[in-house]
Design a protein around this ligand. Structure first.
Ligand code: ADP
Ligand code: MG
Length: 189
């Protein structure tokens, strides 16, 4: 293993993970699904939407045991920051987590552009409304890692990249925990 830092870039589908990951060009970037695919950690195809479930426990074990082979992807070996993007990345053996959030109505608009069922769009929008990845972190050991939460609905992708870059440069300082509460905002309006 090297002393590289693995950063999980997580968030409900549609919050902007892939968009942001593509802009983080000073880091090696991997998606959870590509890592799962490479390591045989994908389950059966779901006939409803042709997606394949990720076996996050075996992917976690595989990453802990084998690390990431950057040569296989031709990534720059000097890159000390590895971004793992995907809506389950906060459950992997990362050393810090970026949680992207998105206001639920805007998220729904973004997800409406996908060829998804109404049920799947509703489930994901509700997940975000309830707190997204924070829900799964409550009882997870990763909850004590440095975590930064960024509002992807009122920051442009470029602004988000700047916020992440600054946080990395500052050495991943602790930031306020789960500040965004869409339900509270709904009540206030
Ligand atoms: P994810 O990978 O989290 O599912 P995507 O990166 O595919 O999300 O982004 C979903 C949609 O939202 C895309 O159409 C993308 O262009 C748009 N998007 C992502 N981030 C932002 C942002 N900060 N501001 C406005 N639109 C965004
Ligand atoms: Mg994506």
């Amino acid at each position: 293993m090297t002393d590289e830092a693995w950063i999980g870039l997580t968030g409900t589908p549609g919050t902007g993970k892939t968009t942001i990951a593509h802009l983080l060009n000073e880091c090696s970037v991997y998606s959870v699904s590509e890592l799962a695919n490479q390591r045989g950690c994908l389950g059966e195809v779901d006939p409803h939407d042709m997606s394949r479930e990720i076996d996050i426990v075996s992917l976690n074990n595989s990453l802990e045991k084998q690390g990431i082979n950057h040569q296989a992807k031709g990534s720059a070996s000097s890159c000390e920051t590895v971004i793992i993007e995907g809506h389950l990345s906060h459950l992997l053996p990362v050393s810090a987590i970026v949680i992207l959030r998105c206001e639920p109505d805007m998220l729904q608009e973004r997800l409406n552009l996908r060829n998804w069922t109404g049920k799947k769009i509703r489930e994901n929008t509700e997940w975000e409304l309830m707190g997204g990845p924070w829900i799964e972190l409550v009882d997870h050991k990763n909850k004590d890692l440095p975590i930064i939460e960024i509002n992807g609905s009122d920051n442009s992708p470029e602004e988000i990249v700047q916020i992440i870059g600054k946080w990395l440069k500052q050495g991943l300082p602790l930031t306020p925990f789960a500040e965004i509460d869409w339900m509270e905002k709904m009540v206030d309006n």
